[in-house]
Design a protein around this ligand. Structure first.
Ligand code: PXG
Length: 298
């Protein structure tokens, strides 16, 4: 009884703060300049899905940005688990954020003495369940994915304006999601999802060198597909190939597996979620529910 009346607790720099009081400084460079890194992780039934992989990526993103995370990996692990336990959550969406920290009104990170770490646990749904089940309508956006020699999305940074511009366009045109091409015109990813294309017996996905985030769900789905006897090839994909695919789907921590049934007014396949996508979706759910693919904490 008492638990349900309690406000959710947020971890901020070693303290557990009620949600309504959870705040960071307006001088934090995470806010002022989008200078920081994050992870979005799911816990399924008391097990943190691919926790090691998410921590590896967090520390790799931070390394690229010369951002020294003030917690060791073991300390970070313990902080995430403690936040879940304090909130009595067995199924959760975990948002783990490390910013450059408090600085002054100049872009130079040198002035930021100590990175800020916060952990929020809650829930997430990228599109409503009914929409995801029917398949989503998408459009290729006018916005090109940030290039690999710029603010590459290989780094999971706090800079999501590139994705937000695309999402705004999708919203404007009543689409569920936007699809990015690279500045060279090849398929890249969604705003917060990787993309897969099924062409006959082949399954393709764009490589990370297109500037897409190396998705943890993508790797898991590749493993699931391989177990079903399907090989995934990472290759450059054109818009023409995308329009003429038999099936298309997105993967991501938030999205899980979502069928794409329309791209810029072109039906994909027969305009309904494809058989292979549905099979991969159901196998992925089993895979995610298996504690062997995560870290059990409750
Ligand atoms: N590309 C980008 C740009 C992403 O941000 C993915 C691909 C899929 O990666 P994972 O490792 O999750 O399979 C992401 C994931 C959010 C949110 O709050 C964003 C992500 C994950 C969870 C929540 O919008 N990004």
């Amino acid at each position: 009884m008492v638990k349900s009346l309690q406000e959710p607790l947020v971890y901020i720099d070693g303290e557990f703060v009620p949600k309504s009081k959870a705040a960071i400084s307006v001088f934090d460079h995470g806010l002022l300049y989008g200078d920081g890194v994050f992870e979005g992780i799911r816990a399924y039934n008391g097990s943190i899905f691919k926790f090691k992989e998410h921590l590896d990526r967090l520390y790799a993103s931070a390394h690229s940005l010369l951002l020294k995370i003030p917690l060791s990996r073991d300390e970070m692990k313990a902080a995430v688990i403690e936040t879940l336990k304090r909130n009595s959550m067995k199924d959760a969406y975990i948002r783990l954020v490390v910013t450059r920290g408090v600085g002054d009104l100049g872009v130079d990170p040198k002035k930021c003495a100590k990175p800020t770490v916060f952990i929020i646990v809650g829930s997430i749904s990228v599109v409503p369940k009914e929409v995801a089940e029917k398949g989503i309508k998408t459009m290729i956006t006018w916005v090109r994915r940030d290039p690999v020699d710029g603010t590459s999305h290989e780094v999971k940074s706090l800079n999501y304006l590139n994705s937000i511009l695309a999402k705004l366009e999708a919203n404007t045109y009543g689409m569920d999601e936007a699809i990015f091409l690279t500045s060279q015109g090849y398929l890249c990813e969604g705003t917060a999802e990787n993309i897969f294309v099924i062409m006959g017996n082949d399954m393709w996905s764009p490589p990370a060198y297109t500037g897409a985030l190396p998705g943890i769900t993508k790797t898991a789905v590749t493993e699931v597909a391989n177990k079903l006897g399907l090989k995934v090839e990472e290759r450059l994909i054109t818009a023409h190939e995308l329009f003429n695919a038999n099936e298309v789907f997105f993967t991501g921590t938030g999205a899980e597996v979502i069928p794409v049934t329309e791209v810029n007014g072109r039906k994909i396949g027969d305009g309904k979620p494809g058989m292979v996508t549905l099979k991969i979706g159901s196998e992925f759910r089993k895979y995610a529910a298996d504690p062997a693919n995560g870290e059990k904490y409750a």
